[in-house]
Design a protein around this ligand. Structure first.
Ligand SMILES: NC(=O)C1=CN([C@@H]2O[C@H](COP(=O)(O)OP(=O)(O)OC[C@H]3O[C@@H](n4cnc5c(N)ncnc54)[C@H](O)[C@@H]3O)[C@@H](O)[C@H]2O)C=CC1
Ligand SMILES: O=C(O)[C@H]1O[C@H](OP(=O)(O)OP(=O)(O)OC[C@H]2O[C@@H](n3ccc(=O)[nH]c3=O)[C@H](O)[C@@H]2O)[C@H](O)[C@@H](O)[C@@H]1O
Length: 461
């Protein structure tokens, strides 16, 4: 097996950037070119203000950047010389035409495949890094072979399992690497070439190899199972509130059973992120396509439960604040979909803020990492008019500033710094009764009650 000398990755996003940085750091003898059509993004990768906020990422990037890691917009040049080409472009939910609102939009995948076919010379291994519907490799192969005279392509599936906020840790020490390939001698050889790259730092027994379709499907299924655990515990959080059981105690009790396990049982205001919802929608669409409506309905419920969890949180704020939040200042802490990331895609905070703004509330919002423009953009996309944003949303520089003069605080992201607030002082600065709605079970509720706060927390009776 020939060891690869050059790797190219199309797409310098949350996955392409960090994944390639780790490969470059671990394989100094391989040149890694990460290319993107988004010039601003590429420019940011070449500074110390990376476009993706991830703890520890800058150090990894700095170790390899300029040595064997390069970010550029020169896609053709990077493709032509690469032995392995990762495709790590977005696969968002389609917003138009057939399958709108459910199917994955494969237009970026197709454009990447056509770009490769146009410029590639000689044999190449094409790696699907993006999350795609099962059997996408058939389309990739068809586009590649029909549009290239000189290229010989092996298409592999190598889905990414990193979670945002812990990307560096997940890439350095993953539970497993999954590689799917065609079960032919050429397919096996391509799989082994990719295995040899990961095997530089990941033990061979943690690198699973399967057929193409199992690998493509496993990614959607892994996300569906993870999201399903959150919706399951969130459904129980509502029952806990009605019965005075405590959802964290229930999670601990069931998670101690090794068959269930303790992870991903943290009740919350609802899961967000770019992938859980999109991948389940994609899975249900596929099930329907393959004539399995019962299977589709089963997984659909995970999303319905999540939507309900978000809307019941905002409804509870309105009801608790005496059925009106009109002109009341409500401090919102956190807009990112989880801590340690600046990503806001599908964040529960978008929907809670939207509901409250449409009820006439004045929102005073603080998030340590999310830029103002992104907050505006997300709210507009969720249906809040620019007028409402201008008149009812204030972006604050700290938790304390947001809470000053507020009727309530809603904690929507579990940033560690939210625990360190001087709650006595904050209480003094708020309207009374002063409410805290903890969507993450983050702060010490008994301490807050002692101070005088009225506290509502997910899953606590
Ligand atoms: N964000 C995450 O944590 C994870 C995402 N994934 C999957 O990875 C894929 C990528 O996700 P993200 O990195 O979050 O997306 P992203 O939107 O951050 O990045 C995708 C990049 O691809 C670029 N692009 C699109 N078409 C291109 C083309 N023809 N040539 C060059 N560049 C092109 C875009 O400009 C963009 O910068 C998706 O399929 C996603 O489902 C998988 C695991 C984790
Ligand atoms: O395909 C993807 O994009 C990735 O999706 C998730 O990663 P990510 O969305 O970055 O972050 P998670 O840690 O999974 O959190 C997702 C959402 O669920 C919420 N969550 C998570 C865990 C939990 O117990 N409770 C809970 O509410 C988080 O707050 C967050 O809003 C998966 O964990 C990754 O394995 C996968 O690669």
């Amino acid at each position: 097996m020939k060891s690869p000398k050059r790797i190219c990755c199309i797409g310098a996003g949350y996955v392409g950037g960090p994944t390639m940085a780790m490969i470059a750091a671990k394989c100094p003898d391989i040149r890694v070119d990460v290319v993107d059509i988004n010039e601003a993004r590429v420019a940011a990768w070449n500074t110390d203000e990376l476009p993706v906020y991830e703890p520890g990422l800058l150090e990894v990037v700095k170790e390899a950047r300029g040595r064997n890691l390069f970010f550029s917009t020169k896609t053709d040049e990077a493709i032509v010389d690469a032995d392995i080409i990762f495709v790590s472009v977005g696969t968002p939910t389609k917003t138009y035409g057939m399958g709108a609102g459910r199917a994955a939009d494969l237009c970026y995948i197709e454009s990447a495949a056509r770009m490769i076919a146009r410029v590639a010379r000689g044999p190449k291994i094409i790696v699907e890094k993006s999350t795609i519907p099962v059997r996408t490799a058939v389309a990739m192969r068809a586009i590649l072979s029909a549009n290239s005279e000189e290229g010989k392509f092996q298409v592999l599936s190598n889905p990414e399992f990193l979670a945002e906020g812990t990307a560096v840790e997940d890439l350095e020490n993953p539970d497993r690497i999954l590689i799917g390939g065609e079960r032919t001698p050429e397919g096996d050889a391509a799989v082994e070439t990719l295995v040899s790259v990961y095997n530089r730092w990941i033990p061979r027994e943690n690198i699973l190899t399967t057929n193409l379709w199992s690998s493509e499907l496993s990614k959607l299924v892994a996300n569906a199972f993870l999201a399903q655990r959150i919706s399951s515990i969130n459904s129980i959080s509502a029952l806990c509130e009605a019965t005075e059981a405590d959802v964290d105690e229930v999670a601990r009790a069931i998670g101690a059973d090794s068959r269930i396990g303790p992870k991903f049982l943290k009740a919350s205001v609802g899961f967000g992120g770019s992938c859980f919802q999109k991948d389940i929608l994609n899975l249900t669409y596929l099930c329907e396509h393959f004539g399995l409506p019962e299977v589709a309905a089963y997984w659909d419920q995970v999303i319905k439960m999540n939507d309900w969890q978000k809307s019941r949180f905002s409804a509870n704020i309105v009801q608790t604040l005496f059925n009106t939040v009109r002109d009341k200042r409500i401090a919102v802490w956190g807009f990112a979909f989880k801590k340690d990331t600046n990503d806001t895609r599908e964040s529960a905070a978008i929907y809670v803020c939207r509901d409250l703004l449409l009820e006439g509330a004045q929102i005073a919002l603080y998030d340590p990492r999310v830029p103002v423009q992104l907050i505006h953009q997300e709210l507009q996309y969720a249906g809040v008019s620019q007028d409402i944003i201008d008149q009812q949303l204030t972006i604050c520089a700290s938790c304390e500033e947001a809470a000053d003069g507020a009727h309530a605080v809603a904690i929507l992201t579990e940033w560690d710094e939210f625990r360190d607030v001087d709650f006595e002082q904050m209480y003094a600065s708020m309207f009374k009764p002063a409410f805290v709605f903890d969507g993450r079970d983050l702060v010490d509720h008994s301490q807050l009650r002692e101070i005088g706060f009225e506290v509502y927390a997910i899953g606590k009776g």
